[in-house]
Design a protein around this ligand. Structure first.
Ligand code: GAP
Length: 513
């Protein structure tokens, strides 16, 4: 089995074993691509949300937040283009009866070409050592040039065919490239068809009077239809932004890879309203700001890259993804889109209401343009969780599993551990717990050996373990153990709040932005 698959399996089993993520409805054998967050998962998720919200709303005096309803007027989805254009091209394999996204099959083919190009580059790097000029090599090595050119040709042909709704050509491309079902090798494909990703539901007490609704496939539309309410009540001038965190629903054709692609997931989106003609500058600014936000979490610059879109969504005049190196390769983590005035103009047209902004500097009214940043909360969770989960061999040959999350995001900040329960150590430890619980999320544990308790806390990412022993009763000091270095030091109980706060406060992350 490939190593990548082993790593990913470990991520999934660790997430379940330590109360981060459970398959939904597990006692009924689960529900495909739906997951529940457990006691540690919800804390990590809430901390990620808080970090995003603070970076967006608290640090920017021209960005405010909202929380709009999941159910919205059905015409919104007609106006936004989702009823007509929120489709994925699907294709079935007649032999395996498996369903695939035609565009993903082609993109995966291109990813393999890119792997080949990268291998050539890595080989040359090794061969030439310090004298290696990567830029020149990439521009002149015939094999690398060929692999890259082929990718470009394939992707732009696919983009053109999808834009023109020429699904026969998408199928022809799959056949020409001899793409096979990855599991069975069969090339016996059906025609390519469009499949709308929105879930429908009904509002109303009786079947006859019911209105057809959709579960929102993105949170963004709740922001668009509220933009004037917010602008008028907050009195913000352009440029200003509205941020929102909330659930979105998509009937994904292929929902695999754990929480990477789910049918119910959470988005953290921000719409930045700007004057027409300025949007591409703000688009570049937000690309950079969002990349910095990701980098501030310390998962390593080499694990992120931009992917500029060839095929633009129906609403965009520029778009890029921030991709992260997940255990299954580089994949989209966040989308940054210059959405033009597409959405607001469409809502003007469909609602018959004016959604214009009067610009006092230009002395004119217009429909603002919008730059959007949209990150999947669950994907961010997966990026952090999979990157930070490590197996380590210690000096004495023993092993430990540690989840080295940024301390500000860790579900539990400190574990309070009496060495033994008797002799008054339990009571002393409880006193510390009760004193610190107003500031930090803590756990109190007295069962099992201290070593086992340390390991359990390493596995859920607790940055500090605080051990109360017999000396504590005499000198009011405790042993403070650091998760990452496993170093231990003796510190006065009165210093605990300051030491923990210094490490876990969001300030540490926010100051890097
Ligand atoms: N409002 C723009 C929008 O929704 P998108 O690129 O379709 O754009 C934004 O989605 C982000 O939402 C993605 O970058 C991804 O992180 C997340 N996302 C999209 N579909 C998802 C799914 N099925 N499961 C988990 N996350 C998803």
């Amino acid at each position: 089995m490939a190593k990548q698959e082993d790593v990913f399996k470990k991520v999934i089993s660790h997430a379940k074993e330590y109360g981060f993520i459970f398959p939904s409805s597990e006692v009924y054998d689960g529900l495909s691509a739906i997951y529940d967050y457990g006691q540690n998962g919800v804390e990590l998720k809430n901390n990620i949300k808080q970090y995003w919200w603070k970076a967006m709303v608290q640090l920017n005096d021209n960005i405010v937040g909202i929380d709009s309803a999941i159910f919205m007027h059905p015409t919104i989805w007609k106006a936004s283009g989702h009823v007509d254009a929120f489709n994925d091209p699907l294709i079935d394999n007649k032999d395996s009866k498996k369903r695939f996204r035609a565009d993903v099959l082609i993109e995966d083919y291109c990813a393999k070409l890119e792997d080949k190009a990268q291998k050539e580059i890595d080989k040359a790097k090794k061969r030439f050592g310090d004298s290696f000029d990567e830029e020149q090599f990439v521009a002149t090595n015939p094999r690398v040039v060929d692999y890259r050119q082929r990718q470009k040709d394939i992707l732009s042909r696919m983009a053109k065919s999808l834009d023109n709704d020429d699904l026969a050509d998408v199928k022809a491309l799959i056949e020409e490239l001899e793409i096979a079902d990855p599991e069975t090798g069969s090339r016996n494909w059906t025609e390519v068809r469009q499949f709308n990703l929105m879930f429908g539901t009904k509002l109303g007490a009786s079947a006859e009077a019911a209105t057809d609704l959709y579960l929102r496939p993105e949170t963004a539309q709740g922001i668009f239809v509220n933009y004037l309410n917010v602008q008028k009540t907050s009195r913000h001038k352009l440029p200003f932004g509205i941020a929102q965190i909330g659930k979105a629903f998509r009937n994904e054709i292929v929902a695999r890879q754990f929480i990477f692609r789910m049918r119910e997931f959470e988005q953290m989106e921000m719409q930045y309203f700007v004057a027409p003609g300025t949007e591409l500058d703000f688009y570049e600014q937000w690309k950079e700001k969002r990349m910095n936000w990701h980098l501030s979490m310390g998962l390593g610059k080499e694990n992120y890259k931009f992917h500029d879109h060839e095929k633009l969504a129906h609403y965009a005049n520029a778009a890029a993804d921030i991709e992260f190196k997940f255990p299954f390769g580089f994949k989209e983590l966040e989308g940054i889109h210059s959405r033009t005035d597409f959405d607001l103009s469409a809502h003007e047209k469909f609602s018959g209401r004016k959604l214009q902004y009067f610009d006092p500097e230009r002395n004119e009214s217009y429909v603002p343009y919008v730059v959007e940043t949209s990150v999947g909360l669950d994907r961010l969770f997966l990026a952090l969780f999979s990157h930070c989960l490590k197996d380590e061999t210690l000096e004495d040959g023993s092993e430990r599993t540690v989840l080295s999350l940024p301390p500000a995001l860790a579900p539990v900040k400190a574990a309070i551990l009496p060495l033994v329960k008797k002799d008054g150590l339990g009571e002393y430890a409880e006193k510390i717990f009760n004193d610190l619980k107003y500031d930090f999320n803590l756990i109190y544990e007295e069962k099992d050996s201290i070593g086992k308790r340390y390991r359990r806390n390493d596995a859920i990412g607790t940055p500090f373990c605080i051990t109360v022993d017999h000396d504590t009763l005499n000198d009011d000091t405790v042993t403070l153990r650091y998760r990452d270095t496993m170093e231990q030091e003796r510190v006065p109980v009165s210093e605990l709040r300051r030491i923990i706060d210094e490490k876990v406060n969001f300030r540490n992350l926010l100051k890097q932005l």
